[in-house]
Design a protein around this ligand. Sequence first.
Ligand code: HEC
Ligand code: HEC
Length: 265
Amino acid sequence: MTRFSYLLFLFSSAAMVHAQHGSIADAPFSTPRDVAAGRQSFRSQCAACHGLDASGGTVAPSLVSGTFKHGGSDEALFTVITKGVPGTAMTGFALDGREVWQLIAFLRSMNVARSAAKAPGDAGKGAQVYQTNGCARCHTNGSGSGGFSGPDLSEIGSRRTLAQIEQAIVDPNAYVDPAYWSVKAEMNSGQTVNGIRMNEDMDSIQIREPGGRLRTLMKADLARFEIVRTSPMPSFRGKISGADLQNLVAYLASLGGSTAEAENK
Ligand code: HEC
Ligand code: HEC
């Protein structure tokens, strides 16, 4: 494979991984700021009928139950919001695409927060499971301590569904954010280096070494290098199971989710 086609291959496989994942995190405009903007425009344009927290009013249905009469896909929601439901009080809104996606992100965040409220486990006991399994070695949880080699989990409950959280714990390789792909390289001198892949261009590749140091490797100096797409996170399948797993998922789902609920009061 030429270097150019190799890069192309990298690009297309990254896109595929993303397409398969299909979570709210992949919809356009779904960052916490977009959710906040969506909440804002919901309050000014939709709340009069659907209620301040979207849980339904006298004239319009709840939008937080997770099921939609006119379809729950991004496309279906987009169509209802922009075209309306003919013959009902739900008229189409002439909004730009960004604003519509922000509204959808807000509605999705409400669904995720509601599913946190419905988590079957005991979040208090889950915090204990989090402690004893050393999750804080790599993650922060909003308590002000913890490691940074994995993503910040302090708002995980407002970004991921229960099923996604559980999968991340028992099968970390099912989806690995390309931001956590790593590089294994051998220098022309024979020395081996590895680290998280930060950036890459035609001539160089930048990595963060396990100690945290940033390092730029010139490709000309490398005898070979390999992109490793498996997760740096160990799988906890079989190590955390049953009630412990349910409690841990409930604990993570409560992070960020409860603040989202409180803000909507
Ligand atoms: C004047 C009242 C009114 C306003 C304002 C309004 N809606 Fe609606 N909306 C309705 C009614 C009534 C329905 C139910 C239509 C039907 O019978 O299917 C509805 C349905 C919907 C649905 C489909 C629900 C489903 O189960 O499929 C969505 C999504 C929706 N509205 C989003 C919004 C958003 C987002 C806004 C603000 C941009 C908004 N609505 C503003 C009255 C309103
Ligand atoms: C050796 C470091 C390490 C340990 C220990 C670790 N993780 Fe992770 N975790 C990661 C990394 C790196 C990622 C991001 C890559 C991925 O998606 O697998 C991640 C991803 C996650 C995600 C998905 C985050 C998201 O934004 O979707 C969750 C949830 C999670 N970890 C929970 C846990 C829990 C719970 C524990 C303890 C039982 C734990 N992790 C232990 C490194 C670690």
